[in-house]
Design a protein around this ligand. Structure first.
Ligand code: IVH
Length: 675
């Protein structure tokens, strides 16, 4: 039976609606319908296609969940070769690149466009009359493999273009696995007893080459576009990389843009450094930045070498992963009594530093990864984060690799260890006298971002502990009672003892936020401590707060609230705190006085002329907002003064509202500045 016209029309309508919602969800990040409404549309289309297979078009969104396996991958020749990029490994190599290019453009200035160097697998998507008809892997650059069946399952790959478009269009970009998906997919694989992926890149490139596209679909891969292959002549066509990105976005492609940097390699270098610093908080892995000449006319003047474009370069970042041998596991006791496993490794260079120890987080995580002594393991370091062991390379496991024994008693005080409620953290409950806990608590208390006691560091604390002068936090402020004994210690002259004691004295009235952070309450980092100080104003107000009062503070979730209430409910903590408070008087904080900016994040950039940046930021804080140092999607607005640079560019790229200083002042009710 042939479908009647109304069924055909309904199928068309469903396809359009589903792809529209796919775009809203995966590309624009603003869904308009719920998952279950989406599922209803999807199932309706599936049912129609099941009944009338001739209605299953090559751009049907039902293809996104994968179909029956194919027999083999077919080779395809790229109509325009997929070239590679030259690499720069340091800033001077970038400067040399810029100098090289200047020869080709005469007196003209060169504006550069900076992009992420996505760490995935490149792909070339071919559209004929707006429909995706071929998807090729890079292969050797000349010939790749057709992976259309898999590409259709990749989120963000349009199955049909948004018009107007050229008859033939090849769009190239990277297929990758978002870090969050990597975690999820590995969890699922673990639950099914399958081998875990070592990193998102392997998962993505392996995913693309599956014969069974349903397996690719399970990997939840994503796509970002960055360049073109073959294009049939078309009337309106972008003239710069910045315009191309916008043009691709309008055609329905996901793009992630860092921004047009403008003229001057030095500003490029600054932007690249920002990218490197922010690298670990991106939702995906990158292995560098790509710097491209923005103007296509200039690119024509500059041309290609045999390997790739002369007008672009990849600034590579040091690899953040390496392979090495796991020699042993050491267990140490932290401030809160948590006993953590640390991997002892054969030293290896990772991300520019030598790593010989890396965290294994906790016994559960260690068991999940199934690392064994003697294994070759993958070590990872991201930015300033402590290096961690990602997992073993199972193919290389020696036959005598031995499982890591988990201790049953505290490695320092020998108290029997207990697991917490979740069965994840192993803890020594001897809070009061486990020497390891007392020591780390003291060291944290005096550290730079906490009470910041000059001259009292790890070494001195260990020494004073061994003398029995320090047993709890308040003892720090009673060290002066040991003045005579201090003078007898080697290396402590009259002057240095005076200096140490007066440094301690100077901290008796530290600000409340520092004091709260110094206490080492679980989940209370510097930022949370500042939020708490601002909200409650005094330690006495905070200690009587309930969980529901705490969760009303911006950014404090139930987990932190519970951590705080539990901390103040503990008799030992209270006794130590009261003792400490008999010595010190934290300076009370000015609490929030209004809610003009409640829940908003504001960035100031450039020069402010009518008041200082500190005053502006203090005002935002006092009105319940947050002043941030960098622009992101969650920034509410940017206040830009003269001389604003990359932050302003970023705000414009992200579509974040930008105000002048005068416009900002107009937001404020009269008289507020005088408060
Ligand atoms: S442009 C003509 N842009 O890097 C060169 N490539 O070494 C076309 N890559 O095979 C590539 N992010 O897989 C370009 N923003 C980006 C990129 C990028 C990652 C990869 C791509 C390519 C390799 C070149």
């Amino acid at each position: 039976m042939n479908p009647d016209a109304s069924v055909i029309a309904r199928a068309n309508e469903l396809r359009e609606q589903i792809e529209h919602h796919n775009r809203l969800y995966h590309i624009l990040d603003r869904p308009e319908i719920s998952d279950s409404e989406y599922d209803l549309l999807f199932r309706e289309l599936q049912a129609i296609e099941e009944e009338f297979p001739e209605l299953r078009t090559p751009d049907s969104p039902t293809l996104r969940i994968g179909g029956p396996p194919i027999d083999s991958l077919v080779s395809v020749r790229h109509s325009v070769p997929m070239l590679s990029l030259d690499n720069a490994f340091d800033d001077d190599e970038l400067r040399a690149f810029d100098t090289r290019l200047k020869k080709y453009v005469g007196d003209e200035e060169i504006a550069y466009f900076v992009e992420y160097k996505f760490d995935g697998a490149s792909i070339s998507l071919r559209y004929e009359n707006g429909v995706l008809v071929q998807a090729a892997t890079r292969g050797d650059g000349t010939t790749g493999e057709d992976v259309l069946h898999n590409a259709r399952t990749v989120r963000g790959v349009p199955l049909r273009l948004v018009p107007p478009f050229p008859d033939t269009l090849e769009v190239r970009g990277e297929v990758l696995m978002l870090r969050a998906d990597f975690e999820k997919v590995n969890e699922e694989r673990l639950a099914r007893g399958e081998a875990l992926f070592a990193n998102p890149r392997n998962a993505a490139s392996g995913g693309l080459r599956q014969l069974d596209s349903r397996l690719t679909a399970e990997r939840r891969l994503s796509f970002f576009a960055y360049t073109l292959g073959e294009v049939s002549p078309s009337a309106a066509f972008p003239e710069t990389q910045a315009d191309l990105m916008e043009w691709l976005r309008e055609r329905g492609f996901p793009v992630r843009v860092v921004g047009e940097v403008g003229v001057g390699i030095e500003s490029v270098i600054l932007v690249v450094e920002e990218i490197r610093k922010g690298r670990s908080s991106l939702p995906f892995d990158i292995d560098g930045a790509v710097i491209k000449v923005n103007s296509f006319a200039q690119r024509d003047e500059i041309g290609f070498t045999s390997r790739g474009p002369r007008w672009a370069i990849a600034r590579k970042f040091p690899a953040e992963q390496a392979f090495t041998e796991l020699i042993g596991v050491a267990w140490s006791v932290g401030r809160t009594g948590v006993v953590v496993p640390t991997a002892e490794l054969k030293p290896v260079g990772v991300g520019g530093v030598t790593v010989s120890r890396a965290t294994l987080h906790n016994p559960k995580e260690m068991a999940r990864k199934d690392v064994r002594i003697g294994d070759i393991v993958i070590v990872q370091r991201a930015g300033d984060v402590i290096p961690e062991v990602v997992g073993p390379v199972l193919d290389k496991r020696p036959t005598n690799a031995s499982p890591v024994p988990v201790p049953t008693t505290c490695p320092v005080c020998e108290t029997p260890l207990e697991y917490d409620e979740g069965g994840i953290l192993l803890r020594c409950l001897n809070r009061k006298s486990c020497p390891a806990q007392v020591e780390t608590r003291l060291i944290h208390f005096v550290s730079r971002n906490a009470m910041d006691i000059d001259g009292l560091g790890e070494k001195q604390i260990q020494l004073f502990l061994s003398k029995g002068w320090l047993r709890e936090l308040g003892d720090i402020y009673r060290l002066h009672l040991h003045r005579e004994e201090l003078l007898e210690l080697e290396g402590f002259g009259e002057a240095s003892v005076e200096k140490l004691l007066s440094a301690i004295e100077a901290t008796r009235e530290r600000t409340l936020d520092r004091f709260l952070f110094a206490l080492g309450i679980r989940f209370v980092g510097e930022r949370t401590a500042a939020d708490l100080a601002r909200h409650f104003g005094s330690i006495s107000a905070l200690r009587s707060a309930t969980e529901s009062e705490l969760t009303q503070v911006q950014d404090i979730g139930p987990r932190t609230a519970e951590g705080i209430v539990t901390w103040f409910a503990d008799e030992d903590h209270i006794r130590e705190l009261d003792d400490l408070l008999s010595e010190v008087t934290p300076e009370e904080a000015e609490t929030v006085r209004g809610d003009l900016f409640a829940g908003q994040t504001i960035v100031f950039t450039g020069k402010l002329e009518q008041f200082t940046r500190e005053a502006a930021e203090a005002l935002v804080l006092a009105e319940g907002g947050r002043a941030a140092g960098s622009v992101s999607k969650t920034t509410s607005f940017v206040v830009a003064g003269p001389g604003a640079g990359s932050k302003l560019v970023k705000a414009e790229q992200l579509g974040v509202r930008v105000l002048t200083e005068t416009e900002f002042l107009e937001l404020l009710p009269e008289g507020i500045l005088a408060l």
